[in-house]
Design a protein around this ligand. Structure first.
Ligand code: FMN
Length: 363
């Protein structure tokens, strides 16, 4: 007979869950952790249940930097405890705690026998921590999900939506992967690291809805530029026109007037174009600001082109091209450039090169 107790900490938006699994009256494992500031309360909560024995495992569905001190206290209190996490989780934890500890490596599809109670693990990365995994407790039809399905505050319906938007929305592909992994499991209870999932069916439906793929078919592009005298702007117009002519829904952003809208558009665009004049051997700061907002994990392989006007040395083009390549954007063509104001020849060249680029977007 298995029991699960929440030994986490209460306190509205500061609350954290951590679950103690007891089998036949014997404490076996703790799933999840709490921030260092609550370590005393947490260990008292564990001790109030584990009067007769010590937990064998601390299982972490994902690591978090704020767990460091608490994990250290757990090791100090229970020196024999094994910390169970994925390869990435164990590596992160070593760097976060700077401690040596007994490890239990969680493998995808692996199981852990807690004296008759069996936990099954699924590695579901980037939810939103890279090392995320789920643990399924089949006999209890219970799924431990770490940060996934979490919420802050008391109202789950609202809190879960806000949490998803804040932390998980950039990782919708990975959420869909995770939902796919659990679709055939019987799940009556979801235990996340934060908040209470009161209705499993509606939580799963909400995650399916929020993570839904964009409608297939129409491709989108964001052309993001800054320009001091209008030369780079002219290239932006020509490039945007070439995209639109090929049926790509294109938005153009002059980021000298603000970067917020461009940052939002870049998140969902299928293709990107970044333009800047060379000023003092560099690209302009607002363009860099938008590029710095790119999530390379999610945008990896996105077709991207660089353009801009220059006067004599043109460093901005190479700097942008090199950086975007380094963060794994796909750069199928060389930068499109013009010397000062674009000539008819340079405009013609820009049109042709942009059209060439669209073939990579539409393929
Ligand atoms: C303050 C200043 C610094 C510049 N620095 C460079 C430079 O380092 N290298 C270069 O090739 N061009 C440089 N230029 C020339 C610009 O790149 C050129 O005027 C370009 O056409 C400006 O494009 P825009 O109209 O899109 O701003 C500089 C221009 C200004 C005004």
């Amino acid at each position: 007979m298995s029991n699960i107790f929440n030994v986490g900490i209460r306190g509205g938006s500061a609350a954290y869950n951590s679950y103690l699994i007891e089998n036949d009256g014997v404490c076996k494992a703790i799933v999840g952790c709490v921030p260092e500031s609550a370590a005393d309360e947490y260990i008292d909560n564990i001790k109030s249940i584990t009067k007769r024995n010590k937990p064998d495992y601390l299982i972490l569905p994902n690591t978090q930097t704020c767990y460091a001190g608490t994990v250290a206290r757990m090791i100090e209190t229970y020196p024999e405890i094994k910390i169970a996490a994925t390869t990435a989780g164990l590596r992160n934890l070593k760097e976060i705690t700077n401690l040596k500890f007994n490890e239990y490596l969680v493998k995808d599809g692996g199981t852990l026998d807690l004296g008759g109670a069996l936990l099954k693990f699924m590695i579901v990365p980037n939810l939103p921590w890279q090392d995320s995994m789920f643990a399924y407790f089949a006999s209890q039809k219970t799924l431990f999900t770490g940060n996934a399905f979490s919420s802050e505050g008391c109202d789950y319906a609202r809190g879960a939506g806000e949490y998803y938007e804040k932390f998980l929305s950039p990782f919708s592909d990975y959420v869909r992967n995770a939902l796919n992994r659990i679709k055939d499991l019987e799940v009556d209870i979801i235990y996340p690291s934060r908040g209470v999932v009161s209705d499993v069916k509606s939580a799963l439906e909400s995650y399916a809805k929020w993570s839904k793929e964009k409608a297939e078919g129409i491709k989108t592009a964001a052309v993001v530029y800054a320009s001091t005298d209008g030369c780079t702007r002219r290239l932006a117009e020509v490039i945007a026109e070439a995209f639109t002519n090929r049926g790509i829904k294109t938005e153009v952003f002059d980021v000298s007037e603000g970067t917020e809208r461009a940052i939002e558009a870049v998140k969902s665009a299928d293709a990107l174009a970044f333009g800047s004049p060379t000023v003092n051997k560099n690209a302009l700061k607002p363009v860099w600001d938008v590029i710095a907002s790119i999530n390379p994990v999610l945008k990896k392989g996105t077709p991207c082109l660089v353009f801009g006007a220059y006067g004599w040395s043109g460093e901005a083009l190479n700097l942008l091209q090199t950086h975007l390549s380094a963060i794994k954007m796909r750069m199928p063509i060389k930068p499109i450039s013009c010397c000062f104001r674009p000539s008819d020849e340079e405009i013609k060249n820009a049109k042709e090169r942009a059209a060439e680029f669209t073939a990579e977007v539409l393929c």
